[in-house]
Design a protein. Sequence first.
Length: 485
Amino acid sequence: MTPVRVLAVASEVYPIVKTGGLADVAGALPIALKAHGVEMRTLMPGYPDVMRLLSGADEIRRWPDYFGGPGRLLAGSHDGLDLFVLDVPHLYARPGNPYVTTEGVDWPDNGVRFAALSRIAADIGHGLVPAFVPDVVHAHDWQAGLAPAYLHYDNRPRPGTVMTIHNMAYQGKFDRQLIGSIGLPWSSFNVDALEYFGGVSFLKAGLQFADRITTVSPTYAQEIQSDEGGMGFGGLLRERSGMLSGILNGIDTEVWNPQTDPHIAYRFGAGDLTFRAANKAVLQQQFNLDSSDEAPLLGVISRLSWQKGLDLLLEALPTILNQGMQLALLGSGDRDLQDRYQAAARANPGRIGVMIGYDEILAHLIQAGSDALIVPSRFEPCGLTQLCALRYGAIPIVSRVGGLEDTIVDIGEAGSSDREATGFKFGPVTADALAATLGKANTAFRNKATWRRLQLSGLATDVSWRNRAGDYAALYRDLMASRRA
Ligand code: ADP
Ligand code: GLC
């Protein structure tokens, strides 16, 4: 196995900074890649949490003026991850969420903030750190999208580049004037480069200039080549489809292990699923739900955004209530959805429980204690909560899109597949189809043998990174070989 060195570039990395699944992937993949002969280091911005956790990191470079203020490049490690940190206080030393102000609006200088990250990635690609000269630069999402563009316009020998799309909806769009201040030539303002509806898009830069494009499931790789799923980039991706592939995400099976999970009330494995009942009782207590083993308890752990289809679940609440089911929802995001869920909980005490916020511990308890986990997304590049659900014996009820389609086997399709059924899928993504499937799940729940079979096939499903990391390793090697040829 030829050793491969890869510089990953990500704006969030679990367990240091996380707003969504991107962080989970960026945190777990480097560790899983070690077994495949890939040495990965991850470059991320020096947000306050990063600087606190990496206080002992080594300074590698220092600049008096990096994009308008002093900056440093640090190298250090945390929790098994080897990191480069771009410490530029005037860009990253800000409280709270990495992308938005405390009022929830995008930082006005996000273009410069993430151009700076990509610029240093390209420099490391050119050999800025002699101890780590990468064979491949792997950019995640729009925040890293300029890295392949800088490497292209630098016009020097360069490493191979990979761009991974975690979510087509976030495109990193900025005013064209930005080009003048981030060290790219004006020739990049062109429809075959960064230009996008009169402005620039960092995601487009990555899609245009990376040697390979990946996304996080095979079905999403197909969907984004349509005009609708491509959200503006369908044409570009159809043109580059030979370079595009879908590699499913895994989850960190150490963090998500019901046999050792410190966050749940009672630990369990496939042999003692009955302990789930005890977790269900605690979950019901925490969400102020009636204590009942008989009522199917549906869980949701999600960002509250249009993507996630949780407005459809609101419309399906009458089915949940009429059929004697309960709902425990943990999420945050759109103000309107938060308000509507809180109102539903107030109107249906004991039946609907809602916690608005971000709470990792509660997320683990929902996986361990709910009977089913609902993911009714309008689109879903991969989705991670349904993978955790498989591992915890909560039966996924998901829409037939993207990675949800690829990771769950519907109860009705097991006959025609060589895989055992693990859950329920509905389509089209409408409230009616969701309600009908909730009804189906309710009936299945009443048949203990059917339900147990679903749980056991879920628990037997490989949701780890082991094999999926191997697909990335093969992609890097293939890219290196094709560049040598
Ligand atoms: P996305 O990245 O689109 O939000 P994913 O399913 O890929 O969706 O990943 C979401 C991740 O964030 C999962 O690890 C999930 O458990 C976690 N998560 C989402 N919302 C919350 C929340 N309110 N509290 C705790 N964890 C959450
Ligand atoms: C995005 C997607 C989600 C995916 C995650 C990690 O946030 O919305 O489907 O699982 O990235 O790849």
